[in-house]
Ligand binder design. Structure first.
Ligand code: 13P
Length: 281
């Protein structure tokens, strides 16, 4: 009898453990942009919460966040607190400054006071429409982190960039520049949003989203090490809908979505959040 593999030996010489699969909680985030006043916002969040409750949504399994305009944040916060709703609150922008003579700006401390968990920084509509540089985006991300919030750092190439440099080059460059402004222990989310896919009805293919998602994770690994690279969520955004969300969520380097237009329709956004039920369709 060959006794080389007795239980005692197995205990003394355990086989090397296989690398544990990386588990990141997916995030489905609705960027409302400049839609909904505070009354519409309250009605929307109430309906969303009912819809997800009906569907027995597990927020621990798939996190759901809404990003209303600034004027809605207080109303939505009050509703979330009063009804103990698990939907997370996000803001669409933040000032890089702590306080002072910055007419029209909103500070990170003001947002934090409203229980804001996430802040979008560097959306292409601000980079393009408001001339925000990578440095400004980095400073905004830092302001959010310093106040105890999680920046959702948006990166993405224009159609011209895609033609000239391929999909990943500009997003990689933008993320690298923002990381230069953040401390090593900062927690953040990255959102890959190709500019040409936003609001166009022409989403990136899942393979393309994965290619860039992987390139962004490689940047995280090189700049921050394995732990940060494995823990950080990389979202895809640009014409996401309930029909295509599952195809993105099957990609190993895509951990959620930043949804624009489809996040304004309760049933559609609720279906997107429930992608686990239609993965494989
Ligand atoms: P759409 O989903 O409308 O394409 O917008 C994406 C976006 O910009 C989210 O931030």
């Amino acid at each position: 009898m060959n006794d080389a593999a007795t239980p005692t030996d197995a205990a003394a010489h355990p086989a090397p453990a296989a690398a544990a699969p990386v588990k990141r909680t997916p995030l489905i985030a609705g960027n409302w942009k400049m839609h909904f006043d505070h009354l519409q916002a309250i009605a929307f969040v109430q309906k969303l919460a009912w819809s997800l409750k009906d569907a027995q949504h597990n927020y621990g399994e798939v996190e759901v966040a809404v990003f209303p305009p600034f004027t809605d944040l207080r109303s939505v916060q009050t509703l979330l607190t009063a009804d103990k709703l698990a939907v997370a609150l996000g803001a669409q922008d933040v000032s890089p400054h702590a306080s002072g003579a910055f007419t029209g700006d909103i500070s990170a401390a003001m947002l934090k006071k409203l229980d804001t968990k996430y802040v979008i920084v560097g959306h292409s509509e601000r980079r393009g429409g408001h001339g925000e540089s990578d440095e400004t985006v980095g400073l905004k991300a830092r302001a959010a982190v310093d106040a105890g919030m999680i920046p959702v750092i948006c990166v993405g190439e224009t159609a011209e960039d895609l033609e000239a440099h391929g999909a990943a080059a500009i997003p990689v460059q933008q993320l690298t520049a923002v990381l230069a402004q953040l401390t090593a222990d900062a927690t953040f989310v990255v959102a890959y949003e190709p500019v040409w896919a936003i609001g166009s009805g022409e989403p990136a293919t899942p393979a393309q989203a994965e290619e860039v998602g992987k390139a962004l994770r490689d940047v995280l690994r090189a700049e921050r090490g394995d732990d940060v690279a494995n823990a950080t969520r990389v979202l895809y955004g640009g014409s996401v809908a309930s029909q295509n969300i599952a195809s993105y969520m099957k990609q190993p380097n895509i951990d959620g979505a930043l949804v624009g237009g489809a996040s304004l329709k309760v049933d559609e956004f609720s279906r997107i959040a429930q992608f686990t039920k239609h993965v494989g369709v």
